[in-house]
Write a protein that binds this ligand. Structure first.
Ligand code: IMP
Length: 477
């Protein structure tokens, strides 16, 4: 008889975080969202660390070069979709690698007589940790110095300290190596200020990943390495397969151990261990939970995303304990609310991958349309007839076609710029981490406390038993 797994499959909305003690220094500006992207040995550091724990999905309607640039500038990473000819994917990769930021006008400036409290407030407002001190406090004023997060410790010096007492003065600012012009150096400094989290390679180029499949990797991977891809991710709806093991082994032995390859997707410990032993640099978790996904309806396979993450995180920790190698895991699909990201991280994910979330932004590749009074963007699944990404679903049979759909074609509400939305999401995550008394994702893994909620307490969680005012009424009071 088939084995019945005792535990019910749960998903994010069935859980809440229970606050821990918030220490005085548990404030959002002290929270770091840095997280390892690839595996590393105990005591060593990963060769790639994300500055924020976000990946954009390997999908035609999400991850092209424009979105990849915007996300890397905010500290995350895109995996450019592979359901396109090799040359076209390579071109997108090289566009990201060649992307050069132009001059940007600063919106975080203070005057020399400003105080530390002004720095803290401005940082809170703009999210920028580097602030220019100019003679008149404007972006066009004369540069006197800069304040970066390394210049002060909020708890160590008084909030009424003058910026001139702790800033890095212009005389100590290093503009660049020999040969760099002043204009270039200024561009670099100002650009870095605008995007302090930028995810850069050792040559200061934006980082970008590439999706690959288990069919044509022998040709696709070398072309994408040539184009500058920093990391690969095998894109498949079910990664617990010999095809994935073969692909990872081939890539590592033919192109070098230093070529990073993520694998997946999986929903259990056996599948995690299989891909870990095969050499995967990270493992992606999630089957059937994506917003556009109908895999569970079509095939009856999958698992509640929360249960899958919790289980796989346990396997990762056990693997680390026994083999002294930490293999990061990614929660892929089904993130609906910002707090779901925090839950996924608390449950053990090292980072999340999102499709619907990013499809809503200006930078995603799809059309923006007006339907009724609302603006929407198109968002279609890789397993829809529109994308026809048969390689993602093929299990080695007849192949070459998508015989039935595993995803839908849809619209998502248009939401504006990636940077603004991601900034808000990040603020919410950092604030929740402070509630949990955690300053790092590792601390959240170790210390978060979660509780399952009943269906009636879910009702309690929204506004209830009141008659809601609409916006107009609120404005008139
Ligand atoms: P979302 O963030 O909830 O929209 O989910 C995005 C994720 O859905 C992707 O990263 C994929 O793992 C998954 N996905 C994309 N296309 C399909 C499909 O056609 N069927 C099932 N899952 C899909």
């Amino acid at each position: 008889m088939a084995r019945i797994i005792e535990e019910v499959s749960h998903t994010f909305s069935e859980y809440l975080l229970v606050p821990n003690l918030t220490k005085k220094d548990d404030i959002p500006s002290n929270v770091s969202l840095k997280t390892p992207l690839v595996k590393f040995k105990q005591g060593e550091s990963p060769s790639i660390t994300l500055n924020v724990p976000f990946l954009s999905a390997v999908m035609q309607s999400v991850s092209n070069d424009t979105l990849a640039v915007a996300l890397a500038r905010s500290g995350g990473l895109s995996f450019i979709y592979c359901s396109q000819p090799i040359e076209e994917q390579a071109l997108m990769i090289s566009k990201v690698k060649k992307y050069k930021a132009g001059f940007v006008v600063s919106d975080s400036n203070l005057k020399p007589d400003s105080l530390l409290v002004d720095v803290v407030n401005l940082k809170e407002k703009t999210g920028h940790s580097t602030i220019a001190i100019t003679d008149d406090g404007t972006s066009s004023g004369k540069l006197i110095g800069i304040v970066t997060s390394r210049d002060y410790r909020v708890n160590k010096i008084s909030l009424s300290t003058k910026v001139t007492d702790f800033m890095t003065p212009i005389s100590s600012i290093i503009f660049g190596n020999e040969g760099i012009t002043l204009t270039e150096a200024n561009d670099l400094i100002w650009n870095h200020k605008e995007n302090p989290n930028e995810l850069l390679d050792k040559n200061k180029r934006l980082m970008v990943g590439a999706g690959i499949n288990t069919k044509d990797y022998k040709e696709r991977v070398p072309a994408l390495i040539q184009a500058g891809a920093d990391i690969f991710c095998i894109d498949s709806s079910d990664g617990f397969s010999e095809w994935q093991k073969e692909a990872i082994e081939y890539i590592k032995s033919n192109f070098g151990e230093h070529i990073k390859v993520g694998a997946g997707n999986v929903v259990g410990t056996d599948a995690f261990n299989y891909l870990a032993d095969a050499g995967a640099d990270f493992v992606k978790v999630g089957i059937g939970g994506g917003s556009i996904c109908i895999t569970r309806e079509q095939k009856g396979i999958g698992r509640g995303q929360a249960s899958a993450i919790i289980d796989v995180a346990e396997a990762r920790d056990k693997y680390f304990k026994e083999k002294k190698v930490y293999i990061p895991i990614c929660s892929d699909g089904g993130i609906v609310h910002d707090y779901h990201v925090t839950l996924a991280l608390a449950m053990g994910a090292d980072f999340v991958m999102m499709g619907r979330y990013f499809a809503r932004f200006d930078e995603s590749p799809t059309k923006k349309l007006k339907i009724g009074n609302n603006y929407v963007k198109e968002y279609w699944a890789e397993g829809s007839f529109r994308a026809r990404n048969w390689q993602r679903y093929d299990l080695g049979g007849e192949g070459q076609k998508l015989s039935f759909e595993e995803g839908v074609d849809s619209y998502v509400p248009y939401a504006g710029k990636l940077k603004d939305n991601l900034g808000l999401t990040i603020n919410k995550i950092k604030s929740t981490m402070c509630n949990c008394g955690c300053k790092t994702i590792e601390e959240l893994h170790n210390n978060a406390r979660l509780t399952l909620v009943s269906s009636t307490s879910i009702i309690e969680g929204g506004a209830h038993n009141v008659i809601l005012k609409n916006r107009e009424e609120s404005n008139n009071t």
